[in-house]
Ligand binder design. Structure first.
Ligand SMILES: *Cc1c(COP(=O)(O)O)cnc(C)c1O
Length: 377
């Protein structure tokens, strides 16, 4: 019997549900003890001094920009192969995203091209840990230091990835995470800003809470702030999810392994994600890339084919610079970032979550292989 299999699935246990219900029985639904506990435990996990929880990953990015005083006329070097928010946050503060191309293996920003794109207006580098891979933080740090630039880490897809005992989120001057239901752990909606700099953490705490310096001083506003708070209900879920994160990451690794085995005999046509040397990758998604002999038509056919059989899948990512809004605003056309475009045309995300069984994975693999046999010539 064929089952429908969705692209992603949150992993919510009875314990998670009890943790949420317990908060609902208290009177502290916002700015309460679960918020502080979630931030402390999260900072401990990532290995930073500070963590500030907010309503989602996008506003964590926005607050990072704002707190670092990135503004009109500043340039921020970033990648066009990411989720749209990592470029949009630069526009929120009227600064200019300067895109550079990516490395073919990890799909993260290419440090050599970053250095070539630096101008007197460059203020920061915003690199993304794509799909769970770690960006080349050692090189990026050296470039940032040499040119006195800020280094911002978008770790929204790399919760739990580590290199030499250092976890994603601990490499930049600050970093952000997101807890949307498709991420390695979820709070429903939620995000986190992390840093070792107490001044930045203090500023982000104030900005998320209407510009108040003191969370209890209810009507004193020291600066133009936002309401980017997260409720204690979400934080309780976050705490509960964080506790079982290692188990969920382990299960995701197992699912990735099943995929690798299941697709081994079509490896000429479908390349699974390669390991990253020296990195323990915590997989966010399972994205396969079609061989160079295939183009976007084949990819789009396979997506349709899988969907028709009840299997969730999607292109991942479409290039940011070719999104309608970016074409219109900046005049980008095809050919601007060849590596990003070459890869974006050939990638598709397959169903992936810690709750998938070997049987689910086998069904996806068989359907994908069936699709390959049906490719229009
Ligand atoms: C998920 C994600 C975000 C934003 O997260 P939201 O919580 O959905 O706002 C930002 N950057 C990247 C790379 C992401 O994958």
């Amino acid at each position: 019997m064929q089952q429908t299999i969705s692209l992603s699935m949150p992993d919510i246990s009875e314990e998670d549900i009890q943790a949420v219900v317990a908060v609902l029985r208290t009177t502290s639904l916002s700015l309460g003890p679960k918020l502080r506990e979630f931030e402390q435990k999260f900072a401990q996990y990532v290995g930073t001094k500070e963590a500030v929880a907010v309503s989602n990953g996008t506003c964590a990015l926005h607050l990072a920009m704002h707190a670092l005083d990135i503004h009109d006329g500043d340039e921020v070097i970033t990648t066009p192969f990411s989720f749209i928010a990592s470029a949009n946050c630069i526009l929120f503060e009227r600064a200019k995203p300067v895109f550079v191309d990516i490395l073919p293996d990890t799909l993260c920003i290419d440090p050599a091209q970053v250095e070539a794109a630096i101008t007197p207006r460059t203020k920061a580098i915003l690199a993304v840990d794509v799909f769970g891979y770690l960006a080349e933080w050692k090189e990026l740090r050296a470039i940032a230091d040499k040119h006195s630039l800020l280094l911002i880490e978008d770790s929204c897809e790399a919760m739990g990835s580590e290199r030499e005992g250092k976890r994603a989120g601990s490499f930049g001057d600050c970093a952000v995470f997101a807890f949307y239901p498709n991420k390695q752990m979820t709070t429903g909606e939620g995000g986190m800003f992390v840093t070792d700099r107490p001044d930045l953490a203090r500023m982000v705490r104030s900005l998320r809470n209407q510009g108040r310096d003191d969370e209890d001083a209810f009507l004193v506003h020291h600066r133009l702030g936002f309401n980017y708070r997260i409720s204690d209900i979400n934080c309780a879920l976050g705490l509960s999810q964080l506790r079982k994160l290692p188990v969920m990451i382990q299960k995701r690794s197992q699912v990735a392994l099943w995929y690798r085995e299941g697709l081994a005999d079509v490896s000429e046509h479908v390349h699974g994600p390669a390991d990253q040397e020296g990195v323990q990758v915590s997989w966010f998604v399972y994205v396969v890339r079609l061989g160079d002999q295939h183009g976007p038509k084949d990819r789009d056919f396979l997506i349709r084919f899988l969907k028709e059989q009840g299997i969730g899948c999607n292109m991942y990512f479409p290039c940011i610079h070719l999104q309608p809004f970016y074409r219109e605003k900046f005049g980008f056309r095809e050919g601007a970032f060849p590596m990003t475009e070459h890869i974006a045309e050939r990638t598709l995300a397959l169903p992936f979550s810690s709750r998938m069984s070997a049987k689910h994975v086998a069904q996806v693999c068989e359907t994908l292989k069936d699709g390959l046999l049906h490719l229009p010539s």
